[in-house]
Design a protein. Structure first.
Length: 111
């Protein structure tokens, strides 16, 4: 008598996460890819409840909203050197968030 055990493996498709990270990395193109990424991300909000991809979508959504807020703050600050400093900080911070999130997604880690 032989017994076999089968395990049901849940396979998630991460291609949406990779697409959105790629769009976010195109931010020098007048922020159009970032806004498109945010639109797609918000439209997927109801379909995913938990899991790896949901944590990355949340990470991307928060990153994009804060980045746009930093750019708006830099625009409204009247002092030029402070405005440029805010822009530079926002760009470096956003690049860090993209790289950290994308590498975590490649490794299969929640963020």
């Amino acid at each position: 008598m032989t017994t076999t055990t089968t395990y049901a493996a849940k396979i998630e498709d991460h291609s949406l996460g990779h697409l959105l990270y790629a769009l976010m990395s195109g931010f020098p193109l007048l922020l159009l890819p970032v806004l498109l990424s945010l639109f797609i991300n918000v439209s997927q909000r109801q379909t995913l409840n938990n899991g790896l991809l949901a944590s990355h979508l949340r990470w991307q959504r928060h990153s994009t909203i804060i980045f746009i807020g930093l750019l708006a703050l830099g625009y409204w600050v009247p002092v030029t050197w402070l405005s440029l400093s805010i822009y530079l900080f926002g760009i470096i911070w956003f690049c860090h968030r993209i790289l950290k999130g994308w590498l975590s997604l490649l490794d299969g880690l929640e963020i």
